[in-house]
Design a protein around this ligand. Structure first.
Ligand code: URA
Length: 423
């Protein structure tokens, strides 16, 4: 094959053959197809789309670019969750130990934040001593002994995706459903999980701004998982406003620990329990009772064991930001809007996120929400707090966060959290 012929075929709206797909993904991974050629092909895919069989083959080729882990030594049913990303979406933190406490093993390979969405590994790294990198043997050993691991993916997990995602990020080709679905699912299938629950976010703070696009992405991913023998279910959930009351790193860990202690914000608890039930059912444990595991301390015990197993101190005090600014309401009314995207950008400006992959993040930076949509507010009451290590970061965040807030006289109800289930 010649790369230019594969590019031309897709550019002109054709269907790529299985042999063309296998070749181009493999040759790109080995450096024999150049970045500029893969960029052109990614753009052609974005503009022309892919058929179901093309997406399935592309995903299989990405899995085959590395190793597929074998988790049979774990001796428990395995279930994982993937969220397409949002603002204040710390659900992996309480969910992983909760599901482990109910009898399944959770092999969570997670990522770092980029742009306005946070990354699970960045959040956990705010815990002193906690280590994101494990060898395959450590990963499988911890899954067997603790039942819960959250760590970085190794180099051999879908290396084609690692290369391609970095390229898409700088060529305006992230937003293609075939490329997003194959990217996410190649990693989740290669990690070896038996069951997978997808939390597909919809709204301003999500990749997918409309329910129709989110549904199409969810359907594509569920079909890919099922075709590879992974019991896969998707929930479409709202991301028009942040989840919970914290957006950042350490502040999200603190809120997650509140949930594990049986408290925490209602929306975080609701979503954590809904995803836990789906994961346990897909893992063949439909009678497990995650609510009881939150109540009786088993989920908290699993969290502490999981954090310690990766070198972290679950009792370490949360880092404090040098600078905190409280923003107060100027008028009475009801908080009728709190835009997830703008709050995500505010957290990013404060230092909780990164602009480039290499940048460090601040553990203590973030936004703490004192009011959520539907809450009555009185003039002078604190709406939210901005926290940063560097005071120079506050003004840009202040402007972004202020634009996120709408205060009205009346409240007609927000978008429900749980939108749809796709199996
Ligand atoms: N997350 C991924 O892992 N891949 C994508 O393409 C988009 C989001």
């Amino acid at each position: 094959f010649a790369a230019v012929d594969v590019i031309r075929a897709k550019r002109d709206g054709g269907v790529l053959s299985e042999a063309q797909i296998d070749w181009v993904v493999d040759a790109y991974t080995r450096g024999q197809v150049a970045d500029e050629q893969m960029s052109a092909l990614a753009m052609a895919i974005l503009l022309r789309g892919m058929t179901g069989p093309e997406i399935a083959r592309w995903t299989a080729a990405m899995i085959a670019s590395g190793d597929r882990l074998d988790l049979s030594a774990v001796n428990r049913p395995t279930a994982d969750k993937h969220s397409t990303g949002g603002v204040g979406d710390k659900i992996t933190l309480p969910l992983t130990p909760l599901v482990a406490a109910c009898g399944a093993a959770v092999p969570q390979l997670s990522g770092r934040g980029l742009g306005h969405t946070g990354g699970t590994l960045d959040k956990l790294e705010s815990i002193p001593g906690w280590r994101a990198s494990l060898t395959n043997d450590e990963f499988i050993g911890q899954l067997r002994d603790v039942g819960a691991v959250i760590c970085a993916a190794g180099d051999r997990l879908a290396p084609a995706d690692r290369k391609l995602y970095a390229l898409r990020d700088v060529t305006g080709t992230v937003e293609a459903i075939p490329l997003i679905a194959s990217s996410i699912m190649s990693k989740k299938i290669a990690e070896g999980t038996g069951a997978l629950v997808l939390d597909v976010k919809v709204g301003s703070g999500a990749f997918m701004k409309s329910v129709d696009d989110a549904r199409e992405l969810a359907r594509t991913m569920v079909d890919l998982g099922t075709a590879h023998g992974v019991r896969t279910v998707a929930l479409l959930t709202d991301m028009s406003t942040p989840l919970g009351r914290t957006v950042g790193n350490a502040v999200e860990v603190t809120e997650s620990v509140e949930v594990l202690a049986g408290g925490g914000p209602a929306d975080v608890v609701e979503l954590t329990l809904a995803l836990a039930r789906e994961m346990l059912t897909a893992a063949g444990l439909p009678d497990a009772d995650p609510e009881a595991a939150l109540r009786d301390g088993r989920a908290m015990d699993a969290w502490r064991t999981m954090i310690r197993a990766q070198g972290g101190d679950p009792d370490a005090p949360a880092p404090r930001a040098n600078e905190t600014e409280q923003v107060r309401a100027e008028s009475d009314g009801v908080l009728s809007g709190l835009d997830a995207y703008r709050i995500g950008i505010a957290g990013w400006r404060l230092g909780a996120g990164r602009a480039r992959k290499e940048d460090p993040v601040s553990a203590a930076a973030g936004v703490v929400l004192h009011k959520k949509p539907g809450d009555p507010v009185r003039a002078g009451e604190v709406l939210y707090e901005l926290r940063a290590d560097d005071p120079a970061r506050i003004p840009a965040a202040r402007e972004e966060a202020a634009a996120a807030v709408t205060i009205s006289d009346t409240w007609s109800g927000g978008t429900p959290l749980m939108l749809e289930r796709i199996a």
